[in-house]
Design a protein around this ligand. Structure first.
Ligand SMILES: Cc1cc2nc3c(=O)[nH]c(=O)nc-3n(C[C@H](O)[C@H](O)[C@H](O)COP(=O)(O)OP(=O)(O)OC[C@H]3O[C@@H](n4cnc5c(N)ncnc54)[C@H](O)[C@@H]3O)c2cc1C
Length: 527
């Protein structure tokens, strides 16, 4: 059996950077990746309109000054093909591919005799001292179990597993199931390609315009003149991005109605996720949140001509509680004569038939079906792998009551196993590349320290983990995030234990991670 220092699972931005850092430490390392190339999310999510919601100048690595200086983004919000080109550029630049085994899925990782034994679907069996799960938070496509699905005569797609050859929807009647972020990005484009587009909506989601545009060379030059300082300012934001339009510190109640309206209007015009920063308490105070939510509903009524459709598209829940979406022409798409919105909030889908979808007894004839139903977020990908720690205990069993981690990095009972952006870390509430780099640096520094001190193993203490889980819950409990059925709490997956999984507040989190190190890896047992 091949003996390695480190196995990494996944070659998205997390796995690629882990490999780079591991090489720098002189570790023997192998990366296993189920996909045929690097890029993770941006390899799989090739659906029309797929795009980043964090601005391009921020959604990239910062570990190498030459890399961030030389790469040129073309638009304010980068498209999936451009981000995938960037990932491939990084792989070329740092010669990463030679240590990555593509088209290879890890099936199990078992801790035995102080080492991790990793097995894959291609028959690999390797052992490693350390194991890094860079498997992604949004990498386990959720295909709801609609009855009759197998009988459907046409092609079925999932936005998160989009084919490499773009399907031709010309002259086709296309159905989209779901109205989350991927649906909101793809629907305006699909509507322009298909003969008819039928959108099946369970829950209306809030979306704000991207106001995307080509990047202004002067703006780029200003950032590149001191990229490091720009990155540092962004890392001090609660979500680790957006220092050019920071969250207001003023609570809504301290403003007059006119000032509140102007703040919301300015953010709507500016475009993007910054909308949620209009008031300091937008995600803390229900009245402040109600005002922002009603503002968006007003915009929907102003854009969508049919009042009944506008009403159906108007979300009722707390705004920002489900991930806010960012769009280009989403609401206006419902003014097109070839687009129909079908409400499935009460009835769900009766069944899929060979010729379409039946809802509440009515048949909708379709030639192709697109599932835009998201992911089993944060835990799904990990729990698909047979991971067994000390004494043969499975991760599935350890997380029976919901995911439990220390710092989102480590799990008690699973020595030398590290998660990148795991549950209990800021992860999906942040610019994820920033979170990924912070995690990978922490992990690499930890491994370097252990080796320098001649130590073999590190493991979270159960009591530190319990205190951390409580802390994550307490932080979430002070916000409005827990007040709706979102994938942040696992509500999109039937039977999944409801736990608010990410931690709000990147800067405080970084401080905590640094303190843990400064106190000799407080909360960990080192042997
Ligand atoms: C449509 C979409 C839009 C997004 N937009 C944004 C955004 O605007 N801003 C933002 O910050 N983040 C965004 N994200 C989140 C995005 O996932 C992260 O930004 C980032 O790309 C995650 O990188 P990663 O390497 O951690 O995980 P991923 O990119 O998910 O990579 C994980 C890799 O692990 C592989 N893998 C998993 N299990 C196994 C296994 N058992 N064996 C082998 N390989 C395995 C997968 O194939 C995958 O390639 C978006 C996600 C999606 C899906």
């Amino acid at each position: 059996m091949n003996r390695l220092d480190l196995v990494v699972v996944g070659a998205g931005f997390a796995g690629m950077y882990t490999l780079h850092r591991a090489r720098g430490l002189g570790l023997s390392v192998r990366v296993f990746e189920a996909a045929g190339g690097v890029g993770g999310t941006w390899y799989w999510n090739r659906y029309p309109g797929a795009r980043c919601d964090v601005e391009s100048m921020e959604y990239s690595y910062q570990f190498d000054e030459a890399l961030q200086q030389e790469w040129r983004w073309s638009e304010r919000f980068a498209t999936q093909p451009e981000i995938l080109r960037y990932a491939n550029h990084v792989a070329d630049r740092f010669d990463l591919r030679k240590d990555i085994r593509f088209d290879t899925r890890v099936l199990s990782a078992i801790f035995a005799d102080k080492r991790w034994i990793v097995r894959t679907d291609r028959g690999d069996e390797v052992s490693a001292q350390f194991l890094v799960m860079a498997t992604g938070c949004l990498s386990c496509a959720n295909r709801p179990d609609a009855g009759g699905l197998d009988s459907f005569a046409g092609p079925i797609y999932h936005t998160g597993e989009w084919p490499h050859e773009e399907p031709d929807f010309t002259g086709k009647r296309v159905g989209v199931i779901g109205t989350g972020s991927s649906a909101i990005q793809s629907i305006p484009i699909l509507a322009g390609r298909a003969r008819t587009l039928t959108v099946f909506q369970r829950t209306a989601n809030y979306t704000v315009p991207a106001n995307n545009a080509p990047l202004d060379p002067d703006f780029v030059a200003r950032i590149k003149a001191d990229y490091r300082a720009f990155r540092a300012r962004n890392s001090l934001q609660i979500n680790a991005f957006g220092s050019n339009m920071p969250r207001s510190s003023i609570p809504a109640r301290a403003l007059t109605p006119g000032e509140r309206r102007a703040a919301l209007e300015a953010r709507w015009e500016y475009g993007g996720l910054f909308f949620l920063g209009a008031f300091g308490d937008l995600l803390l105070d229900k009245a402040a949140n109600d005002e922002a939510a009603e503002f968006v509903r007003g915009k929907i009524r102003g854009i969508v001509r049919d009042p009944a459709v506008a009403e159906l598209l108007s979300p009722k829940q707390v705004i920002g509680c489900k991930r806010l979406c960012v769009d280009t022409d989403y609401y206006a798409t419902f003014n097109r004569p070839n687009v129909r919105l079908v409400d499935i909030s009460e009835t769900g889908i009766d069944e899929v038939t060979p010729r379409g979808v039946r809802v509440d007894g009515a048949s909708h004839e379709l030639d192709a079906l697109v599932f835009a139903t998201g992911f089993d977020a944060m835990t799904g990908t990990l729990l698909r792998i047979d991971i067994r720690g000390r004494d043969g205990r499975t991760l599935k069993d350890a997380w029976r009551a919901g995911p439990r981690t220390y710092l989102g990095l480590s799990v008690a009972g699973f020595p030398n196993l590290f998660l990148v952006t795991g549950p209990g870390s800021p992860s999906v509430l942040t610019n994820m590349i920033v979170s990924i780099e912070q995690h990978v640096n922490w992990i690499a520094d930890c491994i370097a320290r252990l080796r320098a001190q001649g130590r073999a193993a590190i493991e979270a203490r159960p009591e530190a983990q319990e205190a951390w889980v409580e802390h994550v819950n307490a932080v979430a409990g002070r916000t409005l995030y827990t007040q709706c059925n979102s994938w942040y709490v696992g509500a999109n997956i039937p039977g999944k234990k409801r736990v608010f999984m990410p931690l709000l507040g990147f800067p405080d989190y970084v401080t905590k991670c640094d303190e843990v190190v400064a106190k000799g890896y407080e909360g960990f047992d080192i042997s």
